[in-house]
Design a protein around this ligand. Structure first.
Ligand code: ATP
Ligand code: MG
Length: 204
């Protein structure tokens, strides 16, 4: 499961657990992106902070792992490179699933080598409030859409964007983000609006 995870939140965790259970997967690998190709313009929190938050959020689930693969790879984080590396490491016969929310799958044609992603991984799409997976066929075309597995996980209207906004204006993020991640955000001063022109670094 790839993402910026800026920060990781309960919808990410809920989706990961649901997919793991539905497909009886031995593990879910969370893959924080290094330099997200789609987010180069927006300032994002350091990869290390995002990585630590994913670790804190997933520590209590024995099936959840966090990978530094995309963080350590030079250049932009392309999902297809990650899928190929995972497949080659896991050997013949291993199947790699790539889990996306409705927003992400509906824009997959803008990604690097979208057809290869769909061919080389089993792409699973989950609903997300505000995005309509019935548009999949029209947006991707019937051939690609038929290869994407759509599942109906419980929808949760949570986004990292909203969490960052809430922290910036001092609104609680309790129940949106796991407690250890809330503590980390507070200690590091992430997402605060009072640390200079909206920058996301710690205050000191
Ligand atoms: P941002 O608002 O910064 O874009 P985000 O909440 O969308 O953050 P990402 O790290 O961008 O989180 O998302 C990682 C993956 O999780 C993507 O595939 C995204 O579609 C999916 N995802 C995130 N939140 C949800 C949600 N509430 N429901 C379904 N899928 C989600
Ligand atoms: Mg997003």
């Amino acid at each position: 499961m790839g993402g910026t995870f800026d920060p990781i939140h309960h919808a990410h965790l809920l989706i990961a657990e649901e997919i793991r259970r539905r497909f009886e997967l031995p593990r879910v690998i969370f893959m924080p992106s290094g330099k997200p190709p789609h987010k180069t313009d927006a300032e994002i929190t350091s990869a290390e902070d995002r990585y630590v938050m994913v670790q804190l959020a997933t520590a209590d689930n024995q099936h959840f792992y966090v990978s530094r693969m995309e963080i350590e790879r030079e250049g932009p984080s392309y999902t297809i490179d990650t899928i190929r590396t995972l497949r080659s490491r896991m050997g013949e016969g291993a199947e790699v699933y790539f889990v996306t929310g409705a927003d992400a799958i509906l824009e997959i044609l803008t990604w690097h080598e979208p057809d290869a992603i769909i061919e080389e991984a089993r792409v699973v799409a989950v609903p997300r409030p505000g995005f309509d997976l019935r548009e999949l066929k029209e947006t991707l075309g019937p051939r690609r859409a038929s290869k994407v597995t759509v599942i109906d996980a419980p929808p949760a209207d949570i986004s990292s964007t909203n969490i960052r906004e809430r922290v910036a204006i001092g609104t609680s993020i309790r129940y949106l983000v796991p407690p250890p991640v809330i503590d980390y955000i507070r200690k590091r001063g992430l997402y605060r609006s009072d640390n200079g022109s909206g920058s996301r670094g710690p205050t000191c």
